[in-house]
Write a protein that binds this ligand. Structure first.
Ligand SMILES: Nc1ncnc2c1ncn2[C@@H]1O[C@H](COP(=O)(O)OP(=O)(O)O)[C@@H](O)[C@H]1O
Ligand SMILES: [Mg+2]
Length: 255
């Protein structure tokens, strides 16, 4: 099996990365794909908590075993969420998070690609060495922006760096469900402001008032029947996005 590494990133925090990672995992699992969610938001990751998964193992234990020649198989470090979705959790202790160096990332990804169809990597929004390595080794990166001027300006700077460095394997999602009072800037104006295309939009209708109820129950929104019924428009946009992210046609550079 040669799975695909799909990372979800952003230039500002709190834009809906983790929520989108979980939503995508739900969609891929319905396509009967084997999914691994890797929580690389190392200091404040929320994948295991959001899914109410009590993990005994995490990424730190994995790299620690690798460094000490104790590592045997990836399976020993992941925790199952359902039949198709496993997670590789972030460490609970920041002192352990600090020890996860970027040089481990290619190895972790290579191991994951052998066992899973899709490897979804959740990140934090700081473009440090870890994040740049994740993006470099991703089949595709989804950048999420919200309707916010500072966010547009930061995205513009990043897109100009991508142009300079010939980085092309990314798509951009505008998430209007996070800040529903702020969808007054038109897509056309946003494109001009960021100097790039908006590939997908999650509408303000997808604002889920009682989202915490789902988090409490460890539920994935896209696997919930009533969410699928009441938000069919946004769900079908997300399904298209999920397919595009793993589709060769959207990749413009080799890795
Ligand atoms: N569609 C939505 N409706 C309502 N609240 C949302 C929605 N998506 C995200 N949120 C909330 O916004 C906050 C930030 O989302 P999160 O996915 O954690 O962002 P990030 O991972 O980028 O920091 C969380 O409290 C989350 O519950
Ligand atoms: Mg997050």
């Amino acid at each position: 099996m040669a799975g695909k590494i799909i990372s979800v990133s952003s230039v500002n925090g709190g834009v809906g990365k983790t929520t989108t990672v979980l939503d995508l995992a739900g969609i891929y699992s319905l396509m009967d794909k084997k999914v691994l969610i890797v929580d690389m938001d190392l200091y404040s990751g929320g994948v295991a908590v959001s899914l109410d998964v009590k993990n005994k193992k995490d990424i730190f234990m994995m790299i620690d075993s690798m460094a000490n020649n104790r590592f045997t198989t990836l399976k020993d470090y992941v925790t199952a969420y359902n039949r198709n979705i496993d997670i590789l959790a972030c460490p609970r202790d920041p002192r352990e998070a600090m020890k996860i160096e970027s040089r481990f990332i290619p190895t972790i990804f290579d191991l994951a690609k052998r066992e899973y169809d899709v490897v979804l990597v959740d990140t934090h929004h700081v473009l440090d060495e870890i994040n740049l390595t994740i993006i470099d080794y991703s089949y595709m990166t989804l950048f999420i922006i919200i309707n916010d001027l500072v966010n547009f300006k930061n995205m513009k700077s990043l897109l100009s760096i991508f142009k300079d460095t010939d980085k092309k394997n990314y798509l951009i999602l505008l998430n209007n469900s996070r800040d529903t009072g702020k969808d007054y800037t038109s897509i056309y104006d946003i494109r001009t402001m960021i100097g790039g295309n908006i590939d997908y939009t999650i509408s303000r209708n997808f604002y889920i008032k009682n989202i915490d109820k789902y988090v409490m129950n460890g539920e994935i929104l896209t696997l919930n029947k009533s969410i699928n019924t009441f938000h069919s428009g946004d769900i079908s946009n997300m399904k298209k996005m999920a397919l595009d992210l793993i589709d060769d046609r959207h990749r413009k550079e080799d890795i």
